[in-house]
Design a protein around this ligand. Structure first.
Ligand code: MV4
Length: 454
């Protein structure tokens, strides 16, 4: 087993990884930027190394600085958390070369899934359902026009190097196609350094449902059920839950099996997530695979009772998974609200110092945060302040629990999305489980439809 793990991240996920290390008796190394000198992940780690100035590009994305920190502290593994370098095939490659274990999949799997068009081809080959469209990258306007016509409008153009909603364009009729195709290529080149674009049938108002998988180095692959993540704004998730309100045992078995087959097809190892789009008729399609532990992994931990981060570490150390598919049982309902430092109406970031921080507790409550009284929410990093998670016997109990938590959670000194979450918990559509990726559109302009309660 590893003796010392370097955690190449900050904030709540750095702490979350640290808790797993501590429970496994593994020493921890924190890395931090000059802006994070007084952060909790620095305080609670066994050792801490400053890796550069506040800007991420000079610190948390600085591979040489992170590798050096691992070398000088004698860390035998690196956990990248989510964001930052978590899906960097370069870091995974350099770790291999330096005999430091990267806690995640191998560089090939990361690279393959990072290329969305190549990933889609691999999934077609594996027999995984994908959204109809171009078989791969579309080279020119002429081909784009032909494929869009064959596919049928509306279509969506996606940057192959994009993902997570970045670099997408919807085209509703042929007259708009050529211009949009050129613009999509230009945008993709500017944003990702690669102009490759592919085309799909555009599915209106789908649900975003993802399946958590775990695979060990011995070839065992299991799924841990789904998370419904349809409540998003500008491709930022706001609320996640498990199970999905529309899930049936049969659909979970089918989607779960598909996710496992997807992972097996690419010889995937460690934790991963297959994102599916579920249409109104109940058809599901592969969208992307995320090759990291995700922000919302906690809702899966609550309903399965498994520690995904511990499992990641054991798998990376070459241990077999501690459980098999038949051991995975789902218990109750979990919901997560991401509490961000943002104006709850305009979503404008609200960095600053938290003067008074009060967290709810009691039965069925889990809060993952690195915030505390007097801490500063820095403008340099993303605005998530806390993940408020609840677990109940059923969805009704989970919602009631979330409401009472939101009522007593105090974060003074900055604006947060707590009031928005409180409104969503009271929303009739939310309560009825009528979710889609269009859900948040009603919350964009505050005056469109008044919420039930502030
Ligand atoms: C789509 C789609 C409709 N049709 N693809 C957004 C994130 C990225 N993973 C893919 N996304 C979408 N792809 C087709 N063919 C709609 C979305 C989408 C979306 C998906 C999940 C959650 C929120 C979303 C919001 C807008 C669009």
């Amino acid at each position: 087993m590893f003796k010392k793990i370097l955690i190449a991240n900050r904030g709540e996920i750095a702490l979350r990884v640290m808790w797993a290390c501590k429970e496994l008796g593994i020493k921890t190394v924190a890395v931090y930027s000059e802006a994070d000198r007084n952060s909790l992940h620095v305080r609670f780690a066994d050792q801490a190394v400053c890796i550069g100035p506040p800007r991420s590009i000079e610190s948390y994305l600085n591979i040489p600085a992170i590798i050096s920190a691992a070398e000088v502290t004698g860390a035998d593994a690196i956990h990248p958390g989510y964001g930052f370098l978590s899906e960097s095939s370069y870091l995974a490659e350099i770790c291999d070369a330096c005999k430091i274990k990267f806690i995640g999949p191998g560089p090939q799997a990361i690279r393959l899934m990072g290329d969305k068009s190549r990933a889609k081809k691999a999934m077609i080959k594996a027999g995984v359902p994908v959204i109809p469209g171009s078989p791969g990258v579309v080279e020119d306007e002429e081909k784009a026009t032909r494929i869009a016509k064959e596919t049928g409008y509306p279509v969506i153009m996606k940057a192959s190097a994009g993902g997570g909603g970045r670099g997408m364009r919807i085209v509703r009729e042929e007259s708009e196609l050529a211009n949009n195709f050129k613009a999509a290529q230009t945008e993709a080149q500017a944003a990702f350094g690669v102009p490759d674009v592919y085309i799909e049938k555009y599915v209106e108002g789908p649900r975003h449902i993802e399946i958590q998988i775990m695979a060990d180095a011995k070839g065992n692959v299991v799924h841990l059920g789904e998370r419904e993540c349809s409540i998003q704004r500008r491709h930022q998730k706001l609320i996640e839950e498990s199970p999905s309100p529309v899930m049936t045992e049969r659909l979970r078995r089918r989607m779960g099996r598909t996710a496992v087959e997807a992972a097996q097809a690419v010889e995937y190892v460690n934790a991963g997530t297959i994102e599916f789009l579920l249409d109104a008729s109940g058809n599901y399609y592969f969208m992307e695979m995320n090759t990291r532990i995700q922000v919302e992994h906690g809702v899966t931990e609550l309903v399965t009772g498994r520690d995904l981060v511990k499992e990641q570490i054991l798998i990376a150390a070459g241990e077999p998974m501690s459980f098999s598919q038949k051991d995975v049982v789902f218990n109750g309902h979990a919901i997560e609200c991401r509490v961000n430092a943002e104006d709850p109406k305009t979503f404008v970031p609200s960095p600053g110092t938290i003067h008074h921080f009060n967290l709810p507790g009691g039965p069925g409550v889990r809060i993952d945060t690195a915030a505390h009284d007097g801490c500063e929410i820095s403008p340099y990093y993303d605005s998530m302040v806390a993940k408020l998670m609840v677990h109940g016997r059923d969805r009704r109990e989970a919602i009631a629990r979330m409401r009472r938590c939101l009522d007593v959670m105090i974060v003074e000194g900055i604006k947060t999305t707590i009031p928005l979450h409180r409104r969503i918990m009271d929303d009739a559509d939310f309560q009825a489980g009528r979710l889609s990726t269009k859900f948040m559109e009603r919350y964009q302009e505050p005056k469109k439809k008044p919420p039930a309660q502030a």
